[in-house]
Ligand binder design. Structure first.
Ligand SMILES: Nc1nc2c(c(=O)[nH]1)N[C@H]1C(S)=C(S)[C@@H](COP(=O)(O)OP(=O)(O)OC[C@H]3O[C@@H](n4cnc5c(N)ncnc54)[C@H](O)[C@@H]3O)O[C@H]1N2
Ligand code: MOO
Ligand SMILES: [Mg+2]
Length: 682
C-alpha cells in the first residue's frame, strides 16, 4: 500500500437513531477500528448527525474548511425518505469522484444484489475527499476496504504533492506490471457430492507430532523495530540494554538521618546544614565533628562516609522555635559506608541490565525510564488474520433466521490472541463457498503471514477450506487431522503466496474445539516466532481422588478450574458440559486436564486401587455434567449415582467436585493457560 503520514480523517455517522442516542453506533466504531489498522498514523475522530440535509452539509463544509484529508460518512445512502446523505454531499463537493463510488458498487454487487440500492456519492470539497459509505457496519467497512489502496494517492493528488505523486506513480506501475491478474473463481467443485471422500484422506497425527510439525515450519523473526520505551511492554527485546551511567549516579543515603564521618565515632555532632532528595549535591567538605541532616535518596556530602539513622541519635540543642537542630548526639559509633548506596551500586556503568530475548514486563519498562532510554529495539510481532467460514454465520448484531447462528469464534480467537499480546486482523466471515473462501484467503494472505480459519475443516460436502488451500493455493497440508478431543479436524498448511511463505491454521468450527486447539497449537508457536526462547504453558501433574473415564479413542482435553493457595489442597473443578460446541465450558476455566483414552489409563493404573472417599459438596455453579464419553469411573460408593444413558448427570442432584490428594493416586497432566486461582472462601 502507498504510505501516508499523518492523515486527518473524520467519520460522520448520519443517522436519526444514533444521533438521538436510541441506537448504538456500531458502524462508526467499526470504521474507526478498521481505519486504525489501515492508516495507523492517521488522526481520527467521529461525530454523529441526524438525517438532516442542512446539518450534514454544515459538518461537511466545516471539515472542508479545516482541510481534513478524508471524510467518511456512514448512513443515509438508501431509498427511504430520510436518506439524504448523497444529496448533502453533492451540494458541498466541487468535483465528483465517480470511480470510487463505482468501485464500491461493483465490488459490493459481487457480495449482495442489494448493493444496487446504494446511492453513494464521492467527491472533493476544497482539499477534502468525501466518501459516502453505507450505514451497515459490515457494508461500511467492506466498502472502505475496496477503495483503501487508492485513498493515500488520491489525497496526495488533491494536495498537489508532486514528489509523492511521482513516486507513487512509479510504484503503481511496478506493482501492476508484476501483479498477475488472478482468477477469482475457485477450482474446487462441490457439486460432485457422490464422488466425495468417504474416509478422511489425512492420516491422524498425535498432538506431539502436530506440534513438532508446526514448529518445524515456523522460524523466529529476524526483523526488529524501534518503539517508544513504554510501547515495548510485553514485547521481546531485540537488543541488550547497557547502563549508560551508573545507578545511582551519586552516593545516596539509604536512611533519613545524619551524614557523618565514621572516624568521629559516637558522641556530639554540630549540624552543619541539611539536604533532602532532589537537592543539588553539597560541594563543601564535611569537617570533623560535623553532621549534615540528610533524607533517604539525597546525595551524601563529600567528606562523609556514613549515615546514621535518626532513631540512633538524640537531640542536644535546637533553636528557640525548634525549626533547626543545632547539635545532636550519635548514640552508636557508625562504621564506614554505613547506609550509603555507592555510585553504581545498583547498576554499574556498561552493565547489560536488560538482555536481548527477554520479554519486557513492567519492571523492564521502569528500568528503561530510569536509564532515559526513549526508544528500544524489539522483535516484530507476527501478523495474523482470522477468518470464519460457514453458511450459518451472522454477526452478533445481525438478525438471525432459523438455522443460523452467531459467529463467536472470531471474537474468542481475537481476544485469546490479545491475551498473549498479539493483535490480529479481522478477515470477516465467508460462506462455505469455494470462490468466496478463495477470495477471502487471498485478502487475508495479502495482509498477514498467518491466517487462522475456523469451520469447514471436517468431512461435510461444504467443508472445503483445505481443498481450496490445496487446489487454489497449491498449499501443502502438513497434517489434516489430530488425535485430540476436541479438535480432531485441526489442520496446518504452508504455501507460497506472492513470493512469501504463509502459514494457515484451519481450526474446527465447534467453538470449544477451536479454542482448545488455538491454545495448544497456535499460542506456543507465536511465542516462538516472536523469539521467546523458552515458552511452554505451565504443566501441573495433579493426583486426583478418582479416575476420569474417557471412552473415546482420542485423549480428551477437558476444561477445568484449578484452585489452590497456601494451606489449601489443590482442587480441580471440571467445567459443566464438555461437548465441543459448548464454549461456556471455557468460562472461568484456567486449565486443560488431559484424560488419556481408557485403555491407556488402565495400563497406567494397573493394580492400583482408587480412593473415592474424598468428595466434597460442590459449589452449585461448579457441577459437572459428563457427556456420554467421559464420566467418573463406576465404583461401589458411586453406583447409586451412575448416569443413565443420555441423561445429564446434573439432573441427579449434587455431583462431586474432585478433590486433589497428595499421595499415590492416579495423576493427570493439566495445561495451565491462565493463572491458578485461590479457592473460594469456605
Ligand atoms: N463424518 C464426520 N463428521 C464430523 C467429523 C468426522 O470426523 N467425521 N468430525 C467432527 C468433529 S470432531 C468436529 S470438531 C466438527 C468440525 O467441523 P468443521 O470444522 O467442519 O466445522 P463446521 O462443520 O463448519 O462447524 C461445526 C460446528 O461449529 C459451528 N460453528 C462453525 N463456525 C462457527 C463460528 N465461527 N462460531 C460459532 N460456531 C461456529 C457450526 O455451526 C457447527 O455447529 O465436525 C464433526 N463432524
Ligand atoms: O474434535 Mo471435535 O472438536 O470433537 O468436536
Ligand atoms: Mg463441518
Amino acid at each position: 500500500m502507498i504510505s501516508t503520514m499523518h492523515m486527518s480523517i473524520r467519520v460522520l455517522v448520519v443517522s436519526d437513531s444514533r444521533s438521538s442516542g436510541e441506537a448504538q453506533d456500531v458502524a462508526g466504531e467499526k470504521l474507526i477500528e478498521a481505519l486504525h489498522k489501515m492508516f495507523p498514523h492517521a488522526v481520527l475522530a467521529r461525530s454523529t448527525v441526524p438525517d438532516e440535509k442542512a446539518q450534514i452539509k454544515t459538518y461537511l463544509k466545516k471539515y472542508a474548511e479545516q482541510n481534513m484529508d478524508l471524510v467518511l460518512t456512514t448512513g443515509g445512502t438508501g431509498f427511504t425518505p430520510r436518506d439524504v446523505t448523497p444529496e448533502a454531499t453533492r451540494e458541498v463537493i466541487d468535483k465528483e469522484a465517480p470511480g470510487l463510488a463505482y468501485t464500491m458498487l461493483t465490488r459490493s454487487l459481487a457480495k449482495t444484489e442489494m448493493a444496487m440500492l446504494s446511492r453513494a456519492v464521492c467527491g472533493i470539497a476544497s482539499k477534502t475527499l468525501i466518501v459516502n459509505l453505507p450505514g451497515s457496519p459490515k457494508g461500511a467497512v467492506e466498502c472502505l476496504d475496496f477503495i483503501k489502496e487508492a485513498i493515500p494517492h488520491a489525497i496526495n493528488c488533491i494536495n498537489d504533492r508532486k514528489e509523492d505523486v511521482a513516486r507513487e506513480h512509479i510504484a503503481i506501475q511496478q506493482s501492476s506490471s508484476v501483479s498477475q491478474k488472478q482468477d477469482s473463481q475457485s477450482k474446487v467443485k462441490v457439486s460432485k457430492i457422490a464422488a466425495r471422500n468417504r474416509m478422511s484422506p489425512y492420516p491422524m497425527v498425535s498432538v506431539k507430532e502436530a506440534s513438532q510439525t508446526i514448529f518445524k515450519y515456523c522460524t523466529p523473526v529476524h526483523d526488529t523495530e524501534a518503539v517508544p520505551f513504554e510501547q515495548a511492554i510485553n514485547r521481546i527485546l531485540a537488543e541488550n540494554v547497557v547502563t549508560p551511567e551508573p545507578v545511582p549516579a551519586f552516593r545516596a543515603s539509604i536512611k533519613d538521618g545524619y551524614a557523618v564521618k565514621s572516624s568521629d565515632g559516637a558522641g556530639r555532632r554540630k549540624i552543619k546544614q541539611a539536604t533532602v532528595a532532589g537537592d543539588k549535591p553539597i560541594v563543601e567538605e564535611l569537617q570533623d565533628g560535623e553532621a549534615v541532616r540528610i533524607s533517604t535518596g539525597a546525595p551524601v556530602p563529600p567528606g562523609a562516609d556514613a549515615v546514621v539513622q535518626v532513631e540512633d541519635t538524640k537531640l542536644l540543642e535546637a533553636n528557640e522555635d525548634e525549626t533547626e537542630e543545632i547539635s545532636i548526639e550519635i548514640l552508636k559509633a557508625p562504621v564506614a559506608n554505613q547506609d550509603i548506596r555507592d555510585i553504581g551500586s545498583d547498576c554499574e556503568k556498561g552493565y547489560i541490565v536488560l538482555s536481548q530475548f527477554n520479554r519486557m514486563g513492567p519492571a523492564h519498562v521502569g528500568v528503561l525510564a530510569q536509564l532515559a532510554k526513549k526508544e528500544v529495539k524489539v522483535f516484530r510481532k507476527p501478523t495474523i488474520g482470522i477468518l470464519s467460514t460457514g453458511n450459518e454465520l451472522k454477526e452478533p448484531w445481525e438478525k438471525i433466521e432459523p438455522g443460523q447462528i452467531r459467529d463467536s469464534n472470531r471474537y474468542t480467537l481475537k481476544h485469546l490472541l490479545n491475551r498473549y499480546h498479539y493483535d490480529s486482523t479481522d478477515c470477516g466471515m465467508v460462506k462455505d463457498d469455494p470462490s468466496e473462501i478463495k477470495q477471502a484467503l487471498e485478502k487475508a494472505l495479502d495482509e498477514n503471514e498467518f491466517v487462522i480459519t475456523t469451520g469447514g475443516a471436517s468431512m461435510g460436502e461444504l467443508d472445503v477450506v483445505k481443498r481450496v488451500l490445496q487446489e487454489d493455493f497449491e498449499a501443502r497440508i502438513h497434517f489434516g487431522r489430530i488425535n485430540i478431543k476436541p479438535g480432531k479436524p485441526t489442520s496446518f498448511a504452508t504455501l507460497s503466496y506472492k513470493g512469501k511463505i504463509k502459514k494457515v491454521f484451519c481450526l474446527p468450527g465447534n467453538p470449544a474445539s477451536c479454542t482448545v486447539c488455538a491454545i495448544i497449537f497456535i499460542i506456543p508457536v507465536l511465542r516462538y516466532i516472536e523469539n521467546e526462547k523458552v515458552f511452554q504453558f505451565p504443566l501441573l501433574r495433579i493426583p486426583l481422588s478418582q479416575r476420569l473415564v474417557n471412552t473415546d479413542s482420542r485423549p480428551d482435553y477437558l476444561r477445568v478450574k484449578v484452585t489452590t493457595g497456601l494451606g489449601c489442597e489443590p482442587k480441580i473443578v471440571l467445567r459443566r458440559n464438555q461437548i465441543s460446541s459448548n464454549l461456556t465450558s471455557f468460562c472461568n476455566a484456567n486449565g486443560l486436564i488431559i484424560v488419556p483414552p481408557q485403555q491407556h489409563q488402565e495400563e497406567e493404573l494397573e493394580g492400583e486401587e482408587l480412593d473415592l472417599t474424598r468428595f466434597v459438596v460442590p459449589n452449585p455453579s461448579h457441577t459437572f455434567a459428563p457427556t456420554a464419553s467421559h464420566t467418573f469411573a463406576p465404583t461401589p460408593s458411586h453406583a447409586g449415582q451412575q448416569t443413565p444413558p443420555n441423561r445429564p448427570r446434573a439432573l441427579l442432584g449434587p455431583t462431586p467436585v474432585i478433590q486433589t490428594i497428595v499421595d499415590d493416586r492416579p495423576k493427570y497432566t493439566v495445561i495451565m493457560f491462565e493463572q491458578i486461582v485461590r479457592p473460594p472462601p469456605q
